[in-house]
Design a protein around this ligand. Sequence first.
Ligand code: ZN
Length: 380
Amino acid sequence: MATSKVLAGARVVLPTGIVDDGLVAVEGSRIAAEGAAHAQTVDVRGHWLVPGFVDIHNHGGGGASFSGTADEALTAVRTHRLHGTTTVVASTVTDDMDFLVGQAGLLSELAEQGDIAGIHFEGPFISPCRKGAHSEELLRDPDPAEVRKLVDAARGQAKMVTLATELPGGLDSVRLLAEHGVIAAIGHTDATYEQTVAAIDAGATVATHLFNAMPPLGHRTPGPIAALLEDERITVELIDDGTHLHPATVQLAFHHAGAGRVAFITDAMDAAGSGDGRYLLGPLEVEVSEGVARLVEGGSIAGSTLTLDRAFRRAVTVDRLPVEDVVAAISANPAKLLGIDDRVGSLEPGKDADLVLLDAEFELKGVMRRGEWVVDPQLG
Ligand SMILES: [Zn+2]
């Protein structure tokens, strides 16, 4: 049962900055301006209190994926909640169109119930040159009519489509998505700098896992990375798991884009929050060894086993980023991007009581979602 609580004494990260010995009041499922007279006080001294994490690119976890049944999708949702992700967008991978249309219907029901915050289609409209862990024979050019088919199948719950915008039909598809209020994300792309600028001008607003699955920055061929980093209209996704990006690369992205234009994502697959072994990523077999997921055939990195609590800790302790910048990139910016920042993404009165409690070493100790403990810190 949701009750009134006051979490007192933590270092609280608010939109306006960090407050030492701060206080967050919870009334029912929401954050309240002040504690009710009968509220239970929870002493959280020695901890950080930050907004619940928002992951806009996530394929699964806990041994289950968003390409499976509704029950499997919910297993993935619950697994990531235990790691502080109180809002998650479900990502599909390249598959045949009929399957994706069916999956869009299934996931749209979970979105309507409030279990997920919408759907991200990653593939099939991506470049065979930068396919990563997507089935090459199922890739296709981004035909606007087919893009439209997926968006319609998601019944208003399509939030983002990753495209290689340089392919035939790419720019028209970007325009179509923008018209429908769906984020066009540039990724798994072999575009030049100029082609990337054209896609941004057409309405693309996100870089899918910047640096990964795109040409590297060259001195005469700046490619998509330079175009995506420099443009104020773009939010760049980063997978900060220690495998996909070097700490200096993460710092470079923050330095160039600014903390307001970065979104930390997991790009997690089934093994996140689970363990090493054999898994599927869509139709492809993946071997996870020491937490790194690779295709059995070819050895491409195949998503991550990351959870956002680990990304948070790494960003602060390894990448040495300011805590408030990490909170922006892991909660506030993705919430804004999804247009749900009136409800989630920051600790403000009236918003959902979605919050994460971290100890002084940034280890996760508690997770609250809509006023209920998902991970109870067991404090008095
Ligand atoms: Zn992905």
